[in-house]
Write a protein that binds this ligand. Structure first.
Ligand code: SAM
Length: 317
C-alpha cells in the first residue's frame, strides 16, 4: 500500500461539544505553547510531501477556529506535489470562510452533521446551530468545494432516528452522506455497545428508500463504500471502522495538534515530531525519520495494536 495521505489536526479546540467526541466533561485543552505553530505544520507537511505524501486533510478540533487557517491553506496549496488538499469541519464558520478557503486553494470539504433536526442536533453538539451549518453546506456547494461530504456518526439512543432524514439529504442535494460507525475513545464518551453497525443503518435506509444501487466504484474511495438511493442527486457512503477491518488498505498517517505522528489510529505508538523540530532537527534528519515511519506503517494493524483512551479532537478523526 502506498502511504500518501496525511491528516493534520491543526487545533484541539472546538466550538461544539459533541457527546461522542468532545463532551462537556473530562476534556483538557492542551496548553497553547504545546500546539504546533503554523510554520511548524507547514514544515512537517512539506517534509512529508518530500517523502511521498500527496493528500493532506486539515482537521481538528475545529480547524476553522484556528487563527490564520486560510493562510495555512494558502501556504500548503503552494506545495505543488500535493494533489488533494481538503478539510473536515463542523461547518459553523463555513458560510463566512468557504469562498476564502476555495480561493486559497482548498479543494473540498467534509462537514460533520449528525442530525437533520434542530433539537436533536442541539442535544448531540450542545449548540442550536444546525441552521448555520446548513448555510455552510449550501455555501460550500456554491463556491465549488466539491464533492461536499456529510459525515454522520450514528449512536444508539442518540440519533438512530436521524438516519432517514440524513439519507434523504442525499436525495435532494448533490452531496455524499456518509454514515460512520462510532468508535469509543474514552470513559467520558459513549460506551462501545452504543455503536450501530453499518448493516443496521443500511437496513433502515433500504426499508424506506428501497434497495441501494450496486456499489459505486471510483478512485480514492479510501475506507468508505458508496451507493446511491434511486433517483437521488447525491450518494450514500458507509465507513465501517468497527464491524470491518481495512488495515491493509489504510494509507493514512495522522499528525496530532500537539505534534505527535500516529501511524495507526488504534496504536498507542506515536512519534514526537514537535520535540524534534523544536530541538532544531535538520531537514535531513527529519526526512530519515518520516521515511522510516512510512515504511513501518504496514506493521501496525487494528488487530495487533491497542490503545486504552485517546482524544479524538487532538487526533482529528
Ligand atoms: N470539528 C471537525 C468536525 O466536526 O468535523 C473536525 C474534527 S472531528 C474529530 C473529525 C471527524 O471525526 C468527524 O467527522 C467526526 O464525526 C468524527 N468523529 C469524532 N469522534 C468520533 C468517534 N468517536 N467515532 C467516530 N467518528 C468520530
Amino acid at each position: 500500500m502506498k502511504i500518501d495521505y496525511l491528516r493534520v489536526s491543526v487545533t484541539d479546540r472546538c466550538n461544539l461539544r459533541c457527546v461522542y467526541c468532545h463532551p462537556l466533561c473530562g476534556c483538557d485543552f492542551i496548553e497553547r505553547k504545546e500546539v504546533l505553530r503554523l510554520e511548524e505544520i507547514y514544515r512537517i507537511v512539506r517534509l512529508f510531501v518530500e517523502c511521498g505524501i500527496r493528500k493532506v486533510r486539515l482537521t481538528g478540533g475545529e480547524p476553522l477556529v484556528r487563527k490564520n487557517i486560510v493562510y495555512l491553506v494558502k501556504k500548503l496549496a503552494g506545495i505543488e506535489e500535493i494533489e488533494e488538499l481538503t478539510l473536515t469541519t463542523n461547518g459553523i464558520f463555513l458560510e463566512s470562510l468557504a469562498a476564502e478557503l476555495k480561493n486559497a486553494g482548498l479543494q473540498r470539504v467534509n462537514i460533520s452533521v449528525d442530525s437533520a433536526e434542530n433539537q436533536s442536533y442541539k442535544e448531540i453538539t450542545g449548540f442550536d446551530l444546525l441552521p448555520r451549518v446548513t448555510k455552510g453546506i449550501y455555501k460550500a456547494l456554491e463556491v465549488g468545494l466539491k464533492p461536499v461530504k456529510i459525515n454522520s456518526v450514528i449512536i444508539k439512543g442518540i440519533n438512530v432516528s436521524q438516519i432517514l432524514p440524513l439519507a434523504q439529504m442525499s436525495v435532494y442535494l448533490p452531496v455524499v452522506v456518509r454514515f460512520i460507525e462510532y468508535c469509543p475513545t474514552s470513559k467520558y464518551t459513549k460506551p462501545a455497545s452504543d455503536y450501530v453497525p453499518t448493516s443496521e443503518v443500511r437496513e433502515i435506509i433500504e426499508s424506506k428508500f428501497g434497495p441501494l444501487s450496486t456499489m459505486l466504484t471510483g478512485a480514492n474511495n479510501g475506507p468508505a463504500l458508496y451507493f446511491r438511493i434511486k433517483n437521488s442527486a447525491g450518494t450514500i457512503g458507509f465507513i465501517s471502522g468497527r464491524s470491518s477491518t481495512f488495515c491493509r488498505s489504510c494509507n493514512r498517517l495522522r499528525l496530532t495538534s500537539d505534534g505527535k505522528l500516529m501511524p495507526c489510529l488504534y496504536s498507542a505508538h506515536t512519534y514526537d515530531l514537535k520535540r524534534l523540530i523544536r530541538s532544531r532537527a535538520g531537514d535531513h534528519q527529519m526526512r530519515d525519520l518520516l521515511n522510516s515511519i512510512i515504511s513501518e506503517k504496514g506493521s501496525f494493524t487494528k488487530l495487533n495494536s491497542f490503545k486504552e483512551e485517546f482524544s479524538m479532537c487532538r487526533v482529528g478523526g
